[in-house]
Each structure stands twice: as C-alpha cells, then as structure tokens.
Design a protein around this ligand. Sequence first.
Ligand SMILES: Cc1cc2nc3c(=O)[nH]c(=O)nc-3n(C[C@H](O)[C@H](O)[C@H](O)COP(=O)(O)O)c2cc1C
Length: 162
Amino acid sequence: MYRFIFYSFFIVDGECTFGELMKYVIVYWSRYGNGKKAVEYLSEQLEKKPGEAQIFTTDEADPASLPDADAYIFSAPAEAFRLQSDMKKFMKNLEGLEGKPFGIINTHAMKRNWLGSMEKLLTKKNMKKAAAVDFRVEGDPKTGDALPENWQTRIDEFAQHL
Ligand SMILES: Cc1cc2nc3c(=O)[nH]c(=O)nc-3n(C[C@H](O)[C@H](O)[C@H](O)COP(=O)(O)O)c2cc1C
C-alpha cells in the first residue's frame, strides 16, 4: 500500500522529482542584439524542457570558473573575417570543462559561418559537440531584428540536442 502511494505520487506529479533538472550555462557576445535575441529565446526553451538556464555575456563571466552545468552554449557573431574576438579569447581561456557537451551559435552577414572555428576552440578544451546552428542575418543587423524568418524553429531544434 505504501509503495502504491509512493509511486502514484511521482506519476501524478508528472516529472521525475528525484532527477535533478538539467543545468545550462549560456555565454554570448552580441553587438546589435541579434545573437542576444537568439540566446534569450533559447534560454526560455531550455527552461521549458524543463531545465535551469543561466545567461552571461563574455564580460560577465570568468572563463576559468563558469558555474557547473550539464551543457554549455556559446553564441557570437562573425566580425572582421573571424569569430568575434572577445568570444575567441573567452573560449581560449576556458578551464575545467573537459568532457562537457557544448552548443554553438554563430550569426554572420556574409555567406560563410564561423561554427568551425568555435568548434575547434572547444574541441581543443576536450569538450564534446552536441548542437550547432548559424544564422545569416538579413537586412540591417543594426536593427537587432535581422535574424532569418525561421530562427525560432531552428533554435527549437538546437535545444532538442542539448
Ligand atoms: C565590425 C563588424 C565586422 C563584421 N565582419 C563580418 C564578417 O567578417 N563576416 C560576416 O559574415 N559578418 C560580419 N559582420 C556582420 C555581423 O556578423 C553581424 O552584424 C552580426 O552577426 C549581428 O549579430 P549581433 O546583433 O548579435 O551582433 C560584421 C559586423 C561588424 C559590426
């Protein structure tokens, strides 16, 4: 009888109350807000999984002591024919994330994306790729509203891999 009540409680509850929520840390750099918009939406989707998401800009976080998480997401634009420099530096200085899964987001205006560069930097830290998505901005990126039409669907798919 007690066993029945015990199990029913957890089934009715609908979630595994024993299991800890997945924790996510998102670090981004965004000049005009397009990438910021993407990570803010991503964070909402991760919370719905359900999970716990913390967002930081590269200025707000210390790459050598990021909070503990089950997966790490990094987002930055292409600038000057390479990955934006603050994010590049941040990734080079990451410490203690060996074996952790990562997701990467790159926004860019030209044809080429810089996901390969992001992946290389994180693989060097022995992190494991879980998801990657790039957005070629359309129109004037300065409006902060230049992500392509299907961006939310693509973030939803990205979130499913994390
Ligand atoms: C100084 C500067 C340099 C840029 N250089 C590139 C580039 O080399 N390649 C590219 O695809 N986009 C380039 N862009 C466009 C940015 O990638 C685009 O503005 C950005 O993805 C928008 O995202 P954000 O709003 O998060 O900053 C550049 C933009 C700026 C401001």
